[in-house]
Design a protein around this ligand. Structure first.
Ligand code: HEM
Length: 445
C-alpha cells in the first residue's frame, strides 16, 4: 500500500472476481463524499452476512434502516449509558483479580483473553441482563464465534457463495444449525421479557424516562423493578410516530447485530491499547496520573469522569488510529455521484450507480500525506489544537456520516472504564520473549 501512494494517492480500482470492480478509497476528500450518503452496504453483506445478522442495522438499507436507526437511538442515551457504566465497573473485578494473580506469580500472561471476557460480560448484561457462563463452550459467545468463523470461510470461498451449494456442504449445514440455536436462544429471552414488561403487576416493573435534549423527544420505558434499562427493554418498547414498534424477528436481528458489532470490536480495541501502551511507559504513567487525579480513591469510574480523562482518550484514539479494529467498510452506490480531491491539483471522478466502494480505514489512518510520521505512536496528534487542522474524515474509527457507529459512546465509555480500572492498580509491561502481535483479517460487522 505504502509503495502505491505516489501513483495512487487517494484511491485505486481492482477486480474482485470477473464481475465486481471495486474502488478502494483512502483519502478524506473522497471518503467524505462517500460517507456523507447513506448508501447500502456492499453486495457481500446481503449474501454472506445476512444469514448470521439478519436485517439488523448493519445490513439493512433504505427506509427500513432509517426507521430502525431512529427507533434504536434511545438505547445509547446518556441516562441509559450512565446505568451501563455501573455494569462496566462491576465486570472489571475478574480482570483485576486475574491481573493480581499474574503480578504475584511474576510470569507473563495474555491479557487479551480477560479483556475479551469483560467485554462479553458487558455486552450480555447491558444488552439483555444475562450473566453469561463464560468458557463453557456452549455460551452465546461461542456460538457466535463458530458462526462468524464459518461465515469468514464462506466469504473467501467463491464456490460457497451460492446459497444452494453452501446449504449442501457440511460447513453450511452446521452454520445454519448454529444460527437456529442462536435465534432460539434470543427468541426465548425476548418472549420472557415481553411477558414481564406487559405484566400489569406494579411490583415487577418501573418506568424510566429518557429526555433527549437534542431532539426534544421524551421516551418512557418500563423496566424490571430494581433493574437498569437494558437494550432489550428499549428494543421491545420503542415505537415510531405511528405507535408501531419492532416485531420479535426485528428484535432478534438487532440483538445479533449489536452483539457482533460491539463485542469483538471493543475487546480487540482494548487489546491493541494494552499492547501499544505497554511499549510506551511514559504515556502509560501520564494516563495513570490523570486517572488518579480524576477518580481518586472512589471505587467506580462514573460517566461524569469521562470528560476529565482527555489524555487517556487521546491514547485510546491513537491506538485505534494505528490499529482500527474495523479496518475496511463497503458500500454500493444507489445513485450516480462525483467524487473529487485536491491532491496534485483538482480532480473529479464520476461514479455510476451500482459501483462497489471500500473505504480503507486502515490505509487512511496511516496515510503519510495526512499523518506526519504515521507509524509512530503519538497521542499528541489528538490534542484539540492538532485535531483542528485535520479533516474530520481523516480519522474515521467509528466511520462518519449517517451510517456511523451507533454504539461509539458505549464503546468509548466501556474502554475508558476498563483501562482506568487496570491502570490505576497495575503497570502493564510487554514480555520481551513474546513475538510481536500481528493484525489478522476477520469480520467484526
Ligand atoms: C471500538 C469499538 C467499535 C468500533 C471501532 C466500531 C466501528 C464501527 C464502524 C466503522 C461502523 C460503520 C460500519 C459500516 O459502515 O459498514 C460501525 C457501525 C455500527 N456499529 Fe460500531 N464500532 C464499535 C463498537 C460498537 C458497539 C459497542 C456497538 C453496539 C453496542 C456497535 C454497533 C454498531 C452498529 C449497530 C453499527 C451499524 C450502524 C448503522 O449502519 O446504522 N459498535 N461501527
Amino acid at each position: 500500500m505504502e509503495a502505491m501512494l505516489p501513483t495512487y494517492p487517494t484511491h485505486y480500482g481492482y477486480w474482485m472476481g470477473p464481475f465486481n470492480f471495486v474502488l478502494n478509497v483512502y483519502h478524506p476528500d473522497v471518503v467524505k463524499t462517500i460517507l456523507s450518503k447513506s448508501s447500502p452496504k456492499g453486495p457481500g453483506y446481503k449474501r454472506i452476512v445476512y444469514p448470521l445478522l439478519g436485517d439488523g442495522l448493519v445490513v439493512s438499507s433504505g427506509e427500513k434502516w432509517k426507521r430502525h436507526r431512529r427507533l434504536l437511538t434511545p438505547i445509547f442515551h446518556f441516562n441509559i449509558l450512565q446505568q451501563h457504566c455501573q455494569v462496566f465497573n462491576s465486570n472489571c473485578q475478574p480482570v483485576i483479580d486475574w491481573c493480581e494473580e499474574v503480578a504475584i506469580s511474576g510470569k507473563a500472561a495474555d491479557v487479551s483473553i480477560m479483556l475479551s471476557e469483560a467485554s462479553y460480560r458487558n455486552m450480555m448484561e447491558c444488552m439483555m441482563s444475562q450473566v453469561p457462563d463464560v468458557g463453557t463452550g456452549e455460551d452465546y459467545n461461542e456460538l457466535v464465534r463458530q458462526a462468524t468463523e464459518k461465515m469468514l470461510r464462506r466469504w473467501f470461498n467463491p464456490f460457497y457463495h451460492s446459497e444452494f451449494i453452501y446449504k449442501l456442504t457440511k460447513d453450511g449445514k452446521r452454520f445454519y444449525k448454529i444460527i437456529e440455536m442462536i435465534n432460539d436462544k434470543v427468541g426465548e429471552i425476548i418472549r420472557e421479557r415481553r411477558a414481564v414488561l406487559n405484566s400489569q403487576e406494579s411490583d415487577s416493573v418501573e418506568t424510566t424516562k429518557v429526555d433527549d435534549k437534542a431532539t426534544e423527544e421524551s421516551f418512557a420505558f418500563r423496566k424490571r423493578k430494581g433493574q437498569y434499562v437494558d437494550f432489550l427493554d428499549v428494543l421491545i418498547q420503542t415505537k415510531d410516530q405511528d405507535g408501531i414498534g419492532l416485531t420479535d424477528e426485528d428484535v432478534v436481528d438487532e440483538v445479533k447485530t449489536f452483539f457482533s458489532a460491539g463485542q469483538d470490536t471493543v475487546s480487540n480495541g482494548l487489546s491493541w491499547f494494552m499492547y501499544l501502551i505497554s511499549k510506551h511507559p511514559e504515556f502509560q504513567q501520564r494516563c495513570r496520573e490523570e486517572i488518579n487525579d480524576a477518580i481518586g480513591s472512589r471505587p467506580d469510574v462514573k460517566i461524569s469522569d469521562m470528560s476529565n480523562l482527555p489524555y487517556l482518550t487521546q491514547c485510546i484514539k491513537e491506538s485505534l488510529r494505528l490499529m482500527p479494529v474495523v479496518h475496511l467498510i463497503a458500500r454500493q452506490l444507489d445513485e450516480d455521484i462525483t467524487i473529487s480531491h485536491r491532491f496534485n491539483g483538482y480532480k473529479e471522478i464520476k461514479l455510476q450507480k451500482g459501483q462497489i466502494i471500500t473505504v480503507n480505514i486502515f490505509a487512511m489512518h496511516r496515510h503519510r500525506e495526512i499523518w506526519k510520521n504515521p507509524l509512530k505512536y503519538d497521542p499528541e496528534r489528538f490534542t484539540p489544537e492538532n485535531s483542528a487542522e485535520r479533516s474530520s474524515y481523516a480519522f474515521v474509527l467509528f466511520s462518519a456520516g449517517p451510517r456511523n457507529c451507533i454504539g461509539q459512546h458505549f464503546a468509548m465509555h466501556q474502554m475508558r472504564v476498563i483501562i482506568a480500572q487496570i491502570l490505576r492498580r497495575f503497570e502493564v509491561y510487554r514480555n520481551a520473549d513474546t513475538p510481536e502481535p500481528k493484525p489478522i483479517v476477520g469480520l467484526s460487522l
